[in-house]
Write a protein that binds this ligand. Sequence first.
Ligand code: EPS
Length: 397
Amino acid sequence: MATFTFRTAGETHGPALVTIVEGVPAGLPVRVEEINRELARRQVGYGRGERMQIEKDEAEILSGVRFGKAMGGPVALLLRNRDWVNWREKMAQDGDGEGIPKLDTARPGHADLPGILKYGHEDVRNVLERASARETAARVMAGALAKVLLRELGVAIVGHVLSIGTYQVSAAIEGNRKAAERAEGSPLRMADPAVEAEVMRWIDGLKEAGTTAGGVVEVIATGVPPGLGSYVAWDRRLDGRLGQALMCIPAIKGVEVGGGVGLAGMQGIDVHDEVFPGGNPAETFLGKFLLPFHRDTNRAGGLEGGMTNGEPVVVRAAMKPIPTQSVPLRTVTIDRYAASTAHRERSDVCAVPAASVVAEAMVAIVLADAFLEKFGGDAMRDILYNYSGYLQRICGE
Ligand code: EPS
């Protein structure tokens, strides 16, 4: 059973999103401002649609926290949808829906068609309301708590955008946390301003043309010790757990760890990261412990045998272009499967920057879970004590 876990509830045009986070250790500092900062990072990005001008995501802490610290119980978080006032009738929880028009065409690429078949709905809205990527805001609230936990354990984590369409940031930025951090606050969360300017022009063109963009995001975590996850059972392998956490973000179609797919075409001699005696002072754990060995490359992305190996964890996720198009795609009606065109919903042209923040949150949640699994303790100080003891053993101090 997962140690640090969460569940979300809520529809995109319902009254609110809710997140319940379990496994938050007693004594973890929890401040609503930190959660709101993460929510704000997810909301911005060049190419987002009108909805983001309506919302200003702000969390409310409903339980589990007293005087700025977690008490050890579930932390419930609420995020109200400002747009709900415009949807009260269409999204009413009572009544029979009389007079409310039904959405009767399924948009290709969305959950619409398999969703109505699976749940037996006669209105596509019953699917899209929950399938909407709005739900990722609720994940980011859980991720904010995971990030605080990781920070207390000396881990720094950043999500940024490697490419949008065919435009890629300079290769020197890939896998480099310090370089990636320069993306913070930029219009597309890209750490390469020249490329970013070109992408912004391309996005303007796509908007004119009524279509959308995808891209690749990367998450880098440093200060992660060797030995999180395990090789002894399939479901304890951390690369598998990270893969699931990234793949389940809406619109993600591919995930890579380190050199990823590119490694398949190389010779083994050029792939594996050789190990040399002596620690790398740039890679410390809990800010002071140094491993007695180092590597000069990280093609493994910090994961060997389903475990972290002490190198930065580097994972990537590829997002397909958003399915909702202004130029409608061909599809069928959901009643008689007659030829039709997809209904036009308000949409973003590009949400890749937001996806990089969501990916960061999901990776933080998996790493927080793996930390608690290994150094478990109900209170922050027990976890820190257990973790320091382990570092003393493996770092030889
Ligand atoms: C989304 C459609 C748009 C996006 C939404 C995801 O919302 P709406 O239909 O209200 O215009 O803006 O993203 C968010 C609301 C968000 O917070 O990220 C979809 O269909 O997935």
